[in-house]
Ligand binder design. Structure first.
Ligand code: HEM
Length: 440
């Protein structure tokens, strides 16, 4: 048994860049081709060194679940995230992670979620007005603005639209920089990201002082006064760093999931009609959590679109110890590991005809997501599983209801969304959608 990567199948790719350009260009297809050639676990090279991909549902789940503390996230994400989002939850492992996560989870208590449901219609309506006023709006930028607004208003108590717009401008390059070469020259994405961070840090630190002096009911205020059993509370810097990552984690992911769902409904008139039938009598202002989560068809179409094009197609970890992959092969401690949720959710072991948009697979007798306990992973699994998953479902369903009650959504025949897939999903054309007003 060898504990180096020599005996693991895979290839090195080009000098210096390795497979970086191929992955940027081909997205998930790159990993699919490699899996066909080398099997579920294989190596490839990135500019930072050799990486091992875990690309099947069982292998992905074992790594994410991390029952025996075999991997860490902190060292794995450090080079990508630390200079823009220091102290963020995705740099933490062990006890520190548990403690900070439990405080962040306060934002998603049941009473808080019901309160958000009451407030959301007033934030969603203006984007419906915006869509009404345009011929063929590009929905992805509209949904990104919506998420900036929702996160700012509901969690941070920020109402000023001009300030929310400034947050949007600052955070966009910060998000892009996570996948860009980190060169700090005027004009580079990384330079803009550092400027964005500086602006947000300064502005949010001023807000911390105000919230500490005069706390409100919002999550931001809670973070300012939260303490653990030993009476330790977050420093000002820690609060701001958590808040910034919260923004990052919520807006890109949810706006993509919403965009892709609208696209799928536009391409599937039959499912669009079924969904409309279910939601047409719903009054957004009288909704509650139980009703919203219990909507059958809406849940099936949402789950299926998140399965086919998950907002976070893959994530990374680092081996804490030598990991045995087979009788012959052990991966050395310190190896960077990429786990693909997107690949796991197309694993033919669980999913019949996995490339097909087929919401029925989540219903009736089939329930393919229940066949194997770890087949469905749009929100990850284990200690770092998404804390905003129910909130995301609420936002997406409520926006979808508002849209489908008023419009029929369509795309031209043969239109296929041009996706940029690595590492976060984005439609290259902004996703133009035709909104046809329904007759009443
Ligand atoms: C459709 C929308 C969303 C998707 C698909 C999504 C997906 C994910 C995934 C896959 C992870 C795990 C990453 C890993 O294991 O490395 C994650 C973590 C996280 N998500 Fe989400 N997310 C969504 C929305 C949100 C929202 C709305 C929020 C907050 C308001 C949020 C906050 C977080 C946070 C704080 C973490 C880190 C948790 C930890 O490290 O303990 N997410 N998300």
């Amino acid at each position: 048994m060898k504990n180096n990567l020599d005996s693991l199948p895979g290839r090195k790719g080009l000098p210096i860049v390795g497979e970086f350009l191929n992955i940027s260009k081909q997205g998930i297809q790159f990993f699919e081709h490699q899996k066909e050639k080398y099997g579920e676990v294989y190596k490839f090279r990135m500019p930072t060194g050799m990486v091992v991909g875990f690309m099947g549902e069982t292998s992905a789940f074992d790594i994410l679940k991390n029952r025996r503390d075999i991997v860490n996230i902190g060292n794995a994400t450090k080079d990508l995230i630390e200079s823009i989002y220091p102290n963020s939850i995705v740099l933490m492992d062990g006890e520190k992670h548990k403690r900070d996560r439990s405080i962040l989870m306060q934002a998603f208590r049941r009473d808080a979620l019901n309160d958000y449901i009451k407030k959301l219609p007033q934030i969603i309506y203006p984007i419906i007005d915006e869509i009404r006023g345009q011929k063929i709006p590009k929905v992805h930028p509209i949904f990104k603005n919506l998420l900036i607004s929702i996160t700012g208003r509901l969690f941070y108590g920020i109402e000023d639209a001009a300030f929310l717009e400034k947050i949007n401008k600052a955070i966009t390059p910060m998000s892009k920089s996570l996948v860009n070469v980190q060169l700090n020259f005027p004009g580079t994405v990384y330079h803009k990201a550092l400027k964005g961070r500086k602006y947000l840090l300064r502005t949010f630190l001023e807000l911390v002082a105000q919230k500490r002096a005069n706390p409100g009911q919002d999550f931001f205020s809670n973070l300012c006064i939260a303490a653990n059993e030993d009476g330790e509370s977050f420093t000002d810097q820690e609060i701001v760093d958590h808040l910034l990552w919260f923004y990052q984690a919520s807006y890109d992911t949810t706006s993509w999931a919403l965009s892709y769902l609208v696209y799928r409904l536009a391409k599937s008139p039959e499912w669009q009609e079924k969904t409309r039938l279910e939601i047409q009598d719903i009054d957004l202002e009288r909704l509650d959590l139980q009703t919203l989560l219990g909507l059958k068809t809406s849940t099936m179409v949402l789950y299926e679109s998140m399965r086919l094009a998950p907002s976070v197609p893959l994530t990374i970890r680092e081996a804490n110890e030598d990991l045995k992959v087979s009788e012959e092969i052990t991966i050395p401690k310190g190896t960077k590991i990429w786990v693909s949720m997107a690949m796991a959710m197309k694993d033919p072991n669980s999913w019949r005809n996995p490339e097909k948009f087929d919401p029925e697979r989540f219903g009736g007798e089939r329930k393919e997501h229940k066949k194997c306990p770890h087949a469905y992973l749009p929100f990850g699994a284990g200690p770092h599983q998404c804390i905003g998953r129910v909130f995301a479902e609420i936002v997406i369903k409520m926006t979808m209801i508002a849209l489908l009650k008023e419009f029929r959504v369509t795309v031209p025949n043969g239109y296929e969304i041009p996706m940029s897939e690595f590492p976060l999903m984005r439609p290259k054309d902004g996703l133009p959608i035709h909104f046809e007003k329904l007759e009443v």
